[in-house]
Design a protein around this ligand. Structure first.
Ligand code: NOJ
Ligand code: CA
Length: 707
């Protein structure tokens, strides 16, 4: 009861009912407040916990088992009985310090089932029913005779009711940077991706998928499976039975320890989540994942400003510059300048000033600099990467103090970069020193990276050991007023609500693949899938805004979208930090760049206007502070017409609209940069139809006119 109370202390508990007359019923149920969704619980004849889910009175998850395999002997092996059940209803609002919207409603009914076996071993289950989905978690409370548990695996089942269409990436233990496949559940074949030559760090042991994984039933109901509040536990993949259409949790493991999770009691697992929507677009507006996380522990983080940023980054990906300077490591592990500098180093003082000037001229707050610190000569393809990066020593041609003063004088902030080369122990040793340097230099955002196989060998990016590492970085950063944008991260599970310094992350095939992937980059359907899958987890550092779409220095690659779509991505893909990823020279004299100057990054509200998974999506967002609206729409490889009714605008206001759209003859392959820019006035109630070309899109800024 004590844990229960402290955990919920900030919620408004409207009712607390203890059900004691359960003996007469075979199942207990909890319904969402408006009754769209219901979860049912019962014990099988053998005392095994089971649940099922209905959506609008129709079965959406059939009877499914709940349970674990433990290494501990004689733990939870006997049948359970129900000791007690409790229900609560919660209806509260909370404010996002930055986000897709200011105020979030958290409205659900919860059922707690307390289970016990003959040996008096205890497990509690929590089921929550929301209008936009359901969730449940296990709790193994403090109890006599049991101090810790070694979990071999969690066996949570999701018995699907049919052979749904699924949008999935393989259940890789190391990286989420895969293209999505669209197949029937019966055709999921994740292991065939293990040899993807773009992903040297892939590890896919089972026919499993990573989450969020999104599905559509034959009746047109949309489901997305994921997890919320992944804390001190292993990430979950879902093993797929292609004949019975059953998904079973498969936790990410470790070859070093031979178990998946080791925990002292009490244990609360992450929430197992299922977002349910009649229309695909409603998945995007669901806030289930953040609602299932604990409230903000950091208070006001006014030191972080949602921002656009540019950076010394794309020039390395298109081979115009390098991260490394050309140093040599001596036998003592020290980097020495032997005068071998090759002259292609990107992160020089002079080049950084050029980016700072560009940012200042265009009202862009942040400047990321990659390749500023020693170690890049040995960051990739080396077995021993411990101690290679130290996160505080700049290359000889990078004057960090001069640059931070220069940035400050221009009201610009440098963004730090910490590539760990997947050596987290080296990074942990240096965290305090590294963040202290950021404090000294007035820097508040760091992009972290974990390229390569994890050292020590046998650990995986998404396992328990690394989940703890990512959290340690986040918590330490918070102490130094530093926000994290993690690449090669653990998946987003809504932790940003509790730690709002978790501002963004990668965790998908980002823009960088368009520069160098041997398969030619992300196909046009990629982002219309991402919006309904990866984006349900949280903010994405995709790094949009490439204008030089044909990539002259990369003859085999190009961006597979039109220029208008690159603009639309600033609205479609949510992140409180958005990169203008192209080189400054590619933005000069480009009228389309005005959209990037204007577009907001922090929102009062967001509305997904339409969309189908893998085909198209349109999102409208209203900027905090100004009340201006921005709209982005994107399509896959098919051209299409999209009609927008502007009923969401404020009554009686006139908006100066600037519309950026594909031209008559635009095509992502042959003529991607042709764009039409028009200005007009728009009011609530107007409606307009837009032609999107193949791989295309449209972006609109709606600036309120003074009366
Ligand atoms: C991979 C990241 O995704 C990319 O953005 C970065 O430039 C490189 N790692 C180097 O850290
Ligand atoms: Ca990456």
């Amino acid at each position: 009861m004590r844990i229960f109370k402290s955990f919920f202390s900030s919620l408004i508990i409207l009712s607390l009912i203890s059900c004691s007359d359960i003996e007469n019923e075979s199942s207990i149920q909890v319904e969402s407040p408006e009754k769209s969704n219901a979860v049912y619980f019962e014990l099988s004849e053998k005392g095994q916990p089971q649940y099922w889910v209905k959506h609008n009175d129709k079965l959406i998850i059939d009877k499914s088992n709940l349970g674990f395999d433990f290494k501990n002997k004689n733990v939870f092996t006997e049948p359970f009985t129900i000791k007690n059940t409790k229900k609560i209803s919660v209806d509260e609002e909370w404010e996002m310090p930055w986000g897709e919207q200011r105020t979030v409603r958290n409205n659900y009914n919860e059922l707690k089932v307390e289970l016990e076996n003959n040996s008096k071993q205890l497990v509690n289950l929590y089921f929550r029913a929301y209008e936009d989905g359901v969730a449940f978690r296990y709790e193994i409370p403090q109890q006599g005779g049991l101090k810790s548990l070694i979990i071999d695996d969690e066996n949570t089942e999701f018995q699907l009711t049919g052979n749904h269409t699924a949008w999935w990436i393989p259940g890789d233990w190391d990286i989420y940077e895969h293209l999505y496949s669209t197949t029937k559940v019966s055709e999921i074949n994740a292991k065939s991706y293990a040899d993807d030559d773009n992903l040297a760090q892939s590890h896919i042991p089972e026919n499993a998928v990573n989450t969020p994984v999104t599905m559509r039933t034959d009746d047109g109901v949309h489901l997305s499976f994921h997890e919320a509040n992944l804390t001190d536990y292993a990430g979950m993949t879902l093993k797929v039975d292609t004949t019975t259409f059953k998904l079973t949790s498969e936790l990410v493991g470790s070859d070093r320890t031979n178990y998946k999770v080791y925990r002292n009691l009490p244990i609360k697992t992450p929430w197992r989540t299922l977002q349910i929507a009649d229309e695909a677009k409603d998945l995007i507006d669901s806030r289930l994942i953040v609602n299932l996380n604990e409230p903000n522990k950091l208070g006001d983080i006014d030191w972080f400003t949602p921002q656009k940023y540019v950076g010394i980054w794309w020039e390395m990906h298109v081979d115009k510059a390098t991260w490394d300077y050309g140093m040599t490591m001596n036998e003592n592990g020290q980097w020495i300048d032997t005068g071998q500098a090759h002259g292609k180093h990107g992160a020089t003082t002079e080049n950084t000033k050029r980016y700072i000037d560009f940012a200042a001229r265009n009202g862009i707050k942040g400047v990321l600099v990659e390749g500023w610190n020693t170690g890049w000569e040995r960051w990739i393809g080396f077995q021993d990467r411990e101690g290679v990066f130290d996160f505080v020593t700049p290359y000889p041609d990078y004057d960090i103090k001069e640059l931070s003063d220069y940035a400050e004088s221009k009201d610009v902030e440098l963004i730090m970069h910490h590539e760990t080369s997947a050596a987290p122990r080296t990074y942990e040793k240096q965290l305090d020193k590294a963040f202290q340097l950021m404090n000294d230099m007035g820097m508040h955002v760091v992009k972290t990276g974990y390229v390569g196989k994890i050292i020590p060998k046998g650990e995986y990016h998404h396992g328990h050991w690394m989940v703890k590492h990512y959290r340690k970085v986040l918590e330490t950063a918070a102490k130094y007023k530093v926000a994290i944008n993690a690449h090669e991260p653990i998946k987003a599970t809504g932790i940003r609500r509790t730690y709002p310094n978790a501002v963004s992350r990668e965790g998908l095939r980002g823009q960088e693949f368009n520069a160098w992937a041997s398969d030619g980059g992300n196909p046009p359907e990629h982002l219309p899938i991402v919006a309904f899958t990866r984006m349900l987890a949280g903010p994405i550092d995709f790094t949009p805004g490439i204008f030089d779409i044909k990539l002259p220095t990369k003859p085999d690659n190009q961006i597979n979208t039109t220029l208008a779509q690159q603009l639309a991505l600033y609205v479609v893909l949510y992140s409180p930090i958005q990169m203008a990823a192209d080189l400054p020279e590619n933005y000069e004299n480009q009228p389309a760049f005005q959209f990037i100057r204007d577009v907001g990054v922090d929102w009062e509200q967001s509305i997904t206007l339409n969309g189908e998974v893998g085909d198209y999506v349109t999102i409208a967002r209203q900027e905090r502070k100004t009340g201006n609206w921005f709209i982005g729409g994107i399509t896959d490889e098919n051209d299409r017409e999209i009609t927008i009714n502007f009923d969401f605008l404020e009554d009686g206001k006139t908006y100066e609209a600037k519309i950026y759209q594909d031209a008559e003859n635009t095509h992502y392959k042959d003529n991607p940069t042709a764009i039409t820019i028009k200005s007009t006035e728009i009011k609530k109630g107007s409606s307009k139809t837009f032609q999107l070309k193949e791989g295309g899109g449209f972006a609109i800024s709606l600036i309120q006119k003074e009366k």
